[in-house]
Design a protein around this ligand. Structure first.
Ligand code: ADP
Length: 604
């Protein structure tokens, strides 16, 4: 049955079909039984008549001729409304109430009629059939009779009409049909009412289930059409209850999350897997007013910073590794945000990444103040220091100076030199941190940079008998770098290596190319750097404790400067100690982007 039929229509239709079928069957059966009863009754009635008339012919009446008998049969027939026939033993008809006497001899021989044959065998015979003589359906009953008087022995046959049976049957059937019609109407009405009641209750159930589905979880099913619906109602109620509990838990958790997020100082932005803004917290609306209306937009449309947008896309591409991305954002002059983008692993929530904006403007401001202060102090101290050193050196060259004074002057000059180096390095570092755009990148011949750096500190090596082995061939390795800065990196590393190498040793500079980078190494056989201090030596002013007293002329800034320069070139610097393949010493590695072949040739 198509789904477009309502439950009620289907129920009513099924009831009606069942009722109609059962009424039809019962009416047909009743008609059959009643018809059979009526026929039996007619047979018995005809038999009764034939028996009674036989008795009269055998005991009370006397007929001498067939004509007399015929007259009597006609009289009785008119009174009883049945046809009476007297058939001789041989089957010849002697008298028949429905045929004029003079035509009786014309009638067929009746000896083979079923009722006559039956009467010959038994006391009486009955048959039902069509009479060709009268053209009607008749019930025939015959009995052997020995009439008094001059008539021969024969059969008396009474035949009654079937038609009144049919009429009675029709009447009975009419009554039955009226009864069935009334029963049908009543049953249809009752089934309609029942179906309506059932469908109303089922409708109430489904309305409640729908209300629960729409979020009205406090609703419960209490009324249902019958106990068969009880498990369904119970499971719907249980489902509603558990959804209600879960929704309450989720609501509480959501409120807690919203409270945390909205009271955070950091701006938080949620991105969908396809890089669109899903939600932002209150702090975010203060950082970027109007962003609360940018749901579904990309970070580029909402914040208009291409770098941030690019980094968000990069983080979303790395969702599998989950590697966070961070960047510095300066949306307005003097306002800085440290932006952390944390990609979220696929969880089916559709979320792609969380972006956190941490305001570091104050930190940046303090950093600038410190940098300016350091730069200013360094600058201001240089002049008095130069004059102290100048005067001390002048006094040193005075032949009249006492040995004690000369000793003091040596110490003054040595410390003035040390301080000059520190101030020089400090100024260098401040300038590097301040000028973000100042690097001039061009193809640089790495060997030339190494040799230039070595020349600056050659005297230190010569004084200790330490030489340089440069394994980088001339004009063979080109990197894209700021020449002076690259020289500075090599100088700081070579100077350290010369300083810490054992006397009469050697320092090796080498390179490796590959993977879109050029890797440089500066290796010595010195005391090396303890493992737990290897990361710290790149911090400002950090010095390995055991070298502190032994080695003069160090500022603790050389590696910090080298690190800064390398990172500004997009590279990385690190140390391996003991040196690669050795049991002592250290190898400092750093990588640089290679210069393209064409650019390098042009330089050449
Ligand atoms: P410095 O001016 O003191 O050399 P650096 O920043 O260059 O400052 O170095 C920091 C510290 O790292 C040094 O004080 C030293 O303890 C250690 N160091 C640097 N290079 C080497 C090296 N080649 N061998 C051993 N220790 C080293």
């Amino acid at each position: 049955m198509p789904q477009s039929f309502s439950f009620r229509s289907r129920l009513i239709l099924s009831f009606i079909v069942v009722i109609a079928l059962s009424l039809l069957v019962s009416t047909w059966y009743s008609r059959h039984v009643i018809g059979k009863d009526l026929l039996d009754e007619a047979k018995q009635d005809t038999l009764r008549q034939v028996r009674m008339l036989t008795l009269l012919l055998e005991r009370d009446l006397t007929f001498e001729t067939p004509a007399e008998l015929h007259a009597w049969l006609v009289e009785v027939s008119e009174r009883q409304g049945s046809r009476l026939t007297f058939v001789a033993e041989n089957g010849r008809v002697l008298a028949d109430s429905s045929v004029p006497f003079d035509r009786v001899p014309l009638l067929d021989n009746h000896g083979q009629r079923p009722e006559i044959i039956a009467a010959r065998d038994r006391e009486a015979g009955v048959a039902i059939r069509h009479s060709d003589t009268l053209d009607k359906n008749l019930v025939y009953a015959a009995q052997m009779v020995k009439p008094r008087g001059g008539l021969p022995e024969g059969f008396l046959r009474v035949s009654t009409e079937h038609a009144h049976l049919d009429a009675r049957l029709e009447r009975t059937l009419g009554g039955l049909l009226i009864g069935a019609g009334a029963t049908f109407a009543l049953a249809a009405l009752i089934s309609f009412l029942l179906a309506r009641q059932l469908s109303t209750q089922v409708g109430t159930m489904s309305n409640m289930a729908e209300a629960i589905g729409k979020g009205n979880y406090s609703q419960r099913l209490r009324l249902y059409p019958g106990k068969e619906f009880s498990p369904l109602a119970k499971s719907i109620n249980r489902m509603a209850e558990s959804i209600q509990i879960q929704i309450e838990t989720i609501t509480v958790q959501k409120q807690q999350l919203v409270a945390i997020l909205d009271n955070m100082k950091e701006g938080v932005m949620l991105l969908s897997a396809d890089g669109r803004i899903q939600a932002v917290n209150r702090a975010m609306t203060l950082i970027f007013p109007g962003i609360e209306h940018c749901q579904g937009k990309t970070p580029l449309e909402a914040i208009m910073d291409p770098v941030l947008h690019q980094e968000c896309e990069r983080a979303l591409e790395n969702r599998e590794t989950g590697a966070p991305v961070s960047l510095l954002l300066e949306p307005r002059s003097g306002v800085f945000y440290d932006v952390g983008i944390v990609p979220l692993k696929e969880s089916g929530s559709g979320l792609g990444a969380v972006v956190v904006f941490h305001d570091i403007s104050r930190l940046k401001h303090l950093e600038r103040v410190r940098r300016d202060f350091v730069a200013n102090v360094s600058h201001e101290l240089r002049t008095p220091l130069t004059s102290i050193k100048g005067y001390a050196e002048t006094l040193q060259s005075d032949p009249a100076a006492s040995p004690q004074a000369k000793g003091f002057l040596d110490i003054i000059v040595k410390n003035a030199n040390h301080m000059t180096k520190i101030l020089g390095d400090l100024l260098n570092l401040s300038r590097l941190e301040a000028d973000r755009q100042a690097f001039e990148l061009a193809p640089v011949d790495a060997q030339a940079a190494v040799m230039s750096a070595y020349r600056e500190c050659e005297s230190l090596g010569r004084g200790r008998g330490v030489g340089l082995v440069c394994r980088i061939p001339e004009k063979a390795v080109f990197v894209l770098a700021d020449y002076d800065r690259l020289v500075q990196v090599f100088r700081n590393l070579i100077e350290n290596a010369l300083r810490y190498s054992p006397e009469h040793g050697s320092v090796t500079v080498f390179h490796q190319t590959g993977d879109g980078e050029v890797l440089f190494g500066v290796s010595d056989r010195g005391p090396g750097i303890p493992r737990d201090e290897q990361a710290k030596i790149f911090e400002r002013f950090y010095r390995v404790e055991k070298h502190r007293l032994k080695m003069g002329g160090s500022s603790g800034l050389g590696l910090a400067i080298a690190k800064h320069i390398v990172e500004r070139h997009g590279g990385r610097i690190w140390v391996v100690s003991p040196a690669t393949g050795e049991d002592t010493g250290a190898t400092f590695y750093f990588n640089m982007p290679p210069a393209s072949q064409d650019a390098a040739k042009a330089q050449d």
